[in-house]
Design a protein around this ligand. Structure first.
Ligand SMILES: *Cc1c(COP(=O)(O)O)cnc(C)c1O
Length: 828
């Protein structure tokens, strides 16, 4: 977080938390809050809150934070004296709950400010509404808002800490997972105005029913004078009137209800929508650059709010056309000449820049390049701002700076970066086109610069078909599974087959998992493990299918082979003897009923005899695999497998007097047999938010979306045939669309001839005729579609599991068969 002013002093914190001062070097100012020691701090007096979370305990990172120069700490445990003694010049405050203390501090901090603050709540759309509101508001006011979707119990405090005296407007979103949380967020944000986007049926966990969910979410508005919402969802309207009808001004809008304060009508054009917003006194028409229902609803929320607060409609129309419906999140994609691109071309301010730089630092260590535009709408004077910017880039050891814009040019002498080039504007950049090779390129700039044109010139060619992977969903799913586990049970994340098809190299996901506290990784083959090591993954990695002649490379790369048979163990013994290896870590796989790989019960004595003669061997774990963990029909068999596993493992442990980790469960095992968690579980498909029972599905977020765009739309006559072998014959005049994805991309041939559908603008369109190698045809009769329209093969809304079922397979297969020529894009 970048901040350059004093939030408060250490002594203020002591007072507001009523904590106990363990040691105090001086009454330092507090200039920045830190809760993650891995993120760089950029101001002189950060303070570290050791938050105890589900995945990790912040206390474990105090030493790391100290190493990074942090000298102020808020802790629960009077931190181990041994470490404190080594620290010099620190302030340590002890409290009973660090999250609570963080909240108390923020309530205190927030109370110093008086400015209009819009609080945004709802199930869907709140991040986009917040971003759009920020965009609109900042044309008139110095505006502050949550960076990205920092909307949780920890994210909101960090967001509020960005408030500075020069700000004139705030817009903050608040997200919750269960009851009781919103009241806390409300006390932190203290919004003066409220906006409820909508309430969806998804993620009902933590709530008894929809009414309870609404009542909880609208608690954000306790401090508001005015609340905005859509009247069309009756339960929302009733809850609002019931709770706030007498004390607050309720402003509502509707697509149908003539009695609403704002009545909204819309008409979809070929690529835009006209929106008419009417009150008793005024009528305004806007053209918006979207056609989908969700965007229309979200934009209406914004416009009603702005009109009601006296914004002039004409400039609004201008800003509207510059909006984008693309989720405004950083994405990671492959670039030309082995470059990697971090595409963050929506906003540009010091906060989001710092986040992007942090993200860049987590990538493979290569040459670091940044393409950066002028920073607009900052509260800081230019000369100071660009000095701070230069300092920041130096801190993150940027190797090459490509600055775009008049201000970047004006201040170019401030940047002591090894290599710099400056352009007055995007046109100049595009005409000169600098070249790139083996670099990680962060492209960062304000929306008005339209940097997507730069990205287009450096991204790897693609034929319109993209697999998007939502890292937020992966983290969400990981944390869901973590909550199902006993304290201390480890997770081995299975990242074989390029992370179930999601990784271009399986590195992107592995690095997120490593960062989020997964303890082990599992791959199928040695080369998968080696490629992870080469990209800087340091977690222990189990290799499931080692071969006799690979032990060398396995050892060199600190990989850990699975030993699944006596002959393989013999081969390992020979290798150890020949190379006089001192020590090697292995995992023993037992056969308990899968009948694939594994050492059988009858072989145990032989195994033990052999192991006793191999002293350099470190048996890290003993494990087995369930054959039918998802099928209740076979639960008796599963229990038998578990029983066998326990007996066999105990026998080995006793004979060898060892206590290795034991593990048995995969995704569905974790969900259905919690009693067999032992020391570790092996999580695969569940991380991707698919492949689980319907009762579990609402708790997970599907992480992958496979999409393409229409290449051509054509009309055909009754009797015309479509595609190879003339498999489909039109029984009437039809409209068909050709899409650039075929079986070579992973759109299986079994999808053809009406078996599967794709989704275009919300319509399910059957794939007709045979799927070709690189293309397929879909029936779009009756729809007004055009070249370039988005086509969804599967996504969170159009489940891959359903598609898999239709063609008689499972999501595992569909995910892993998406070929490498399909471009992967990662949303952070
Ligand atoms: C792939 C694999 C897993 C993960 O299974 P999911 O069902 O995807 O969770 C676990 N264990 C072994 C041995 C595997 O091969």
């Amino acid at each position: 977080m970048h901040l350059s002013h004093t939030l408060a002093y250490f002594s203020d914190l002591v007072v507001v938390t009523a904590g106990q001062v363990v040691v105090k070097a001086a009454n330092f100012p507090i200039t920045e809050l830190s809760i993650d020691s891995r993120n760089k701090t950029t101001t002189p007096f950060p303070i570290f809150f050791a938050i105890v979370g589900i995945n990790h305990d912040g206390h474990d990172y105090i030493a790391a934070a100290y190493e990074k120069g942090i000298r102020q700490f808020v802790v629960v445990h009077p931190y181990h004296c041994a470490i404190i003694e080594k620290f010099n010049g620190v302030n340590i405050l002890q409290v009973t709950n660090t999250l609570e203390a963080l909240h108390q501090f923020i309530i205190f901090y927030r109370s110093k400010y008086q400015l209009p603050i819009l609080g945004v709540a709802g199930s869907n759309g709140k991040t986009i509404v917040k971003e759009w509101m920020h965009e609109f508001l900042s044309r008139k006011y110095k505006t502050v808002s949550n960076p990205q979707s920092y909307n949780s119990q920890v994210g909101v405090p960090l967001a509020i800490s960005l408030l500075q005296p020069s700000h004139e407007y705030g817009v903050f979103e608040a997200g919750i997972g269960q009851t009781g949380e919103m009241a806390k967020l409300a006390s932190l944000i203290q919004p003066t105005h409220g906006l409820l986007t909508n309430i969806g049926p998804a993620h009902n966990q933590g709530f008894q029913n929809i009414t309870q969910k609404i009542e909880e979410k609208i608690k954000l508005f306790t401090s508001c004078t005015t609340i905005y919402y859509c009247k069309d969802h009756q339960p929302i309207h009733l809850a609002m009137v019931e709770l706030y009808g007498r004390t607050k001004v309720l402003v509502n809008w509707s697509f149908h209800n003539q009695k609403a304060d704002y009545r909204v009508g819309y008409k979809r054009l070929s690529s835009q929508t006209t929106l008419q917003i009417t009150t008793t006194t005024q009528r305004n028409t806007f053209v918006i650059p979207f056609r989908d229902k969700a965007s229309i609803e979200n934009i209406t929320h914004c416009l009603v709010y702005l009109l009601d607060n006296g914004f002039d409609p004409r400039p609004l129309q201008l800003s509207l056309l510059q909006l984008t419906s693309i989720p405004m999140r950083m994405t990671l994609k492959a670039g030309i000449h082995r470059c990697q691109i971090i595409d963050d071309t929506y906003t540009n301010d010091m906060v989001s820049l710092t986040i992007a730089l942090d993200f860049m630092q987590q990538q493979q260590p290569t040459k670091r390049t940044i393409i950066l535009t002028d920073i607009l709408q900052s509260a800081t004077p230019d000369a100071q701002l660009y000095q701070e910017l230069a300092d920041l880039l130096v801190q993150y050891t940027i190797d090459r700076l490509i600055g775009i814009g008049p201000l970047m040019c004006q201040y170019k002498t401030l940047f002591p970066i090894p290599e710099t080039i400056f352009f007055n504007g995007i046109e100049e950049y595009l005409s000169k086109k600098p070249s790139f090779k083996d670099e990680t390129i962060l492209v960062k700039g304000a929306r008005t610069f339209r940097l997507e044109r730069v990205v287009q010139t450096i991204e790897q060619n693609n034929h319109g078909t993209i697999l998007e992977i939502d890292m937020h969903a992966i983290r969400h799913n990981l944390s869901y599974f973590r909550r199902q586990l006993n304290v201390g049970t480890k997770i081995m994340a299975m990242v074989k087959a390029s992370c179930y098809g999601s990784g271009s190299s399986n590195f992107e996901l592995a690095s997120v998992l490593q960062r989020h506290g997964v303890e082990y990784l599992g791959v199928a083959y040695m080369d998968e493990g080696i490629s992870l090591r080469q990209k800087g993954i340091t977690l222990p990695i189990m290799v499931m299918n080692p071969t006799d002649d690979h032990f060398d490379a396995i050892l060199d790369h600190h990989l850990e082979p699975e030993i699944y048979s006596l002959p393989l163990l013999d081969a390992l013994a020979c290798f150890i003897a020949e190379r006089s290896v001192q020590s090697i870590s292995i995992h023993l796989k037992l056969e308990t009923g899968m009948h694939r790989l594994g050492i059988a019960a009858t072989e145990l004595d032989q195994l033990i005899k052999q192991l006793k003669q191999m002293p350099g061997l470190h048996i890290v774990s003993i494990f087995s695999h369930l054959a039918a963990s998802q099928a209740d029909l076979h639960d008796a068999y599963t229990l038998l497998q578990a029983e066998k596993f326990i007996k066999m493992a105990q026998y080995i442990e006793k004979q060898l007097a060892i206590k290795p980790l034991k593990h048995l469960l995969n995704t569905n095992g974790i969900l259905r047999f919690p009693q067999f968690q032992f020391d570790m579980v092996r999580l695969g498909i569940g991380l991707h938010g698919v492949g689980v029972d319907q009762t579990i599905q609402p708790h997970l977020l599907p992480a992958s979306k496979l999409k393409t765009t229409i290449s051509q739309v054509k009309s055909i006559q009754k009797g015309d045939s479509i595609g190879y072998d003339r498999k489909a014959i039109a029984t009437q005049a039809m409209t068909i669309a050709t899409i650039p994805i075929g079986y070579a991309d992973g759109l299986s041939r079994s999808f053809g001839c009406g078996k599967a559908t794709v989704v275009i603008q919300g319509h399910e369109c059957p794939i007709i005729g045979n799927v070709c190698m690189d293309m397929a045809m879909v029936d779009v009769t009756g729809l007004a579609l055009k070249r370039g329209d988005e086509v969804i093969i599967f996504s969170a809304e159009h489940p891959i599991d359903r598609l898999a079922e239709r063609v008689g397979t499972i999501s595992y297969e569909l995910l892993t068969q998406i070929s490498q020529r399909v471009k992967r894009v990662y949303y952070t």
